[in-house]
Design a binder for this molecule. Structure first.
Ligand SMILES: Cc1cc2nc3c(=O)[nH]c(=O)nc-3n(C[C@H](O)[C@H](O)[C@H](O)COP(=O)(O)O)c2cc1C
Length: 227
């Protein structure tokens, strides 16, 4: 397989110049060059997500979630951000690989990369399960087919039989026919409460802007980082 066209060569000076002009045009239209528009990182994140939502083709609220197992082996996958309050909430199957890893090591790192606006946000923090009330409320808000799907999928475990997933969907449809679908105990949310957040903006010539926030137990401290 010839992969030479798949990965572009490093940008030339001309490419950088074009990128600079595109960035300048974007900055004038969208953010007037001001990107770090709040001293509160959660507020700043919300502002960036709002901008990303306008520009991304889909799933601006998709984030990579990195976890580490008991042996220190990292793992990463994409999930959807479902709530944003004092933390970042996602929902999943707690018997999945990520559920096992979080049970062993309740720490995570998150990463949002919005290609359309050329920005990245990284988050690190402690992970706690959301309350049962939040779990139930979120599960109840899902489409019935997704609720059935939660029962049918044994997320991350080997699927050894052809057609078994569809069969399990039909089985659970029959079980719940004519009544509300109960939330499986193992389908739940996790809240990542940030202790560090870093905001990155693409700038010309790879001289990107980075701003890191660290929580010291009382408030957030800001530090600019070299690109
Ligand atoms: C855009 C996108 C959104 C996803 N959203 C979720 C989600 O909200 N919850 C979830 O459990 N898996 C989601 N997935 C699937 C996960 O990436 C992953 O395949 C699954 O959770 C199993 O991960 P694990 O084996 O590491 O536990 C999503 C995948 C993509 C690409």
């Amino acid at each position: 397989m010839d992969t030479s066209d798949l990965i572009p060569p490093s940008p030339s000076e001309d490419d950088y110049e074009q990128e600079r002009r595109a960035q300048e045009a974007f900055s004038v239209d969208e953010d007037q060059g001001k990107v770090f528009t709040s001293d509160d990182p959660l507020e700043l994140f919300a502002q960036w997500l709002e901008l990303a939502k306008k520009h991304e083709v889909n799933d601006a609220h998709a984030m990579s979630v990195a976890t580490v197992d008991g042996a220190g082996f990292p793992n990463v996958r994409v999930v959807l951000l479902k709530d944003l309050d004092e933390g970042f909430v996602f929902y999943t199957n707690s018997m999945s690989a990520k559920g096992d890893e979080l049970a062993e090591n309740p720490l995570a790192a998150l990463c949002f990369h919005w290609k359309s606006i050329r920005r990245q946000v990284r988050i690190r923090g402690l992970v706690e399960p959301v309350s049962e009330a939040e779990n139930d409320q979120y599960f109840a808000s899902r489409a019935r087919s997704a609720q059935i799907g939660a029962w049918a999928s044994q997320q991350s475990r080997p699927m050894t039989e052809e057609g078994i997933l569809q069969k399990r969907v039909e089985d659970y449809e029959a079980i719940y026919e004519g009544r509300d679908v109960r939330r499986p105990d193992w389908w739940r949310g996790y809240r990542v409460t940030p202790s560090q957040m870093e905001f990155w903006v693409n700038r010309p010539f790879r001289l990107h802007d980075r701003l890191q926030f660290d929580y010291d137990g009382e408030g957030w401290n800001k530090t600019r980082l070299y690109p």
